[in-house]
Design a protein around this ligand. Sequence first.
Ligand code: 5GP
Length: 138
Amino acid sequence: MSYDPSNIFAKILKGELPCHKVYEDDTALVMMDIFPQSRGHTLIIAKSASRNLIDADPAALSAVMPLVQRVAQAVKAATGADGIRLAQFNEAPAGQTVFHLHFHIIPAYEGTALAPHGGGKADDGELAALAKDIAAKF
Ligand code: 5GP
């Protein structure tokens, strides 16, 4: 399947839809997931146009991975999480719902199970505060 430029993340990248932005550079936009699996669930949206890992340009991938690490470090520092899960889904049978390359940084807290993928919407005020706290750790 080919990349569809009308996907929701492409619209957010173009500024046509809002997001709780944490950070942005030439390679990616970092924002809060509005249906978080845990407190501090953050997304790294690659700026290169590909559906996912399978069709991604290797050069774009290698450019974005250091940022994925930086986000993991910042999210862990800002939330006090006990662990961090890195997730990335490729095509619908594997759990992908938005077909634009992105990575999930999902904080894990000792004794607390993660919410299901694509669960309830978080409070906007809480997401805005988390975005600010994570940005401060960059
Ligand atoms: P996927 O299932 O494609 O790996 O992940 C898509 C993620 O995007 C999901 O975790 C979902 O909660 C999140 N999401 C869906 N729509 C929006 C949106 O409009 N804004 C933000 N910030 N996240 C979204």
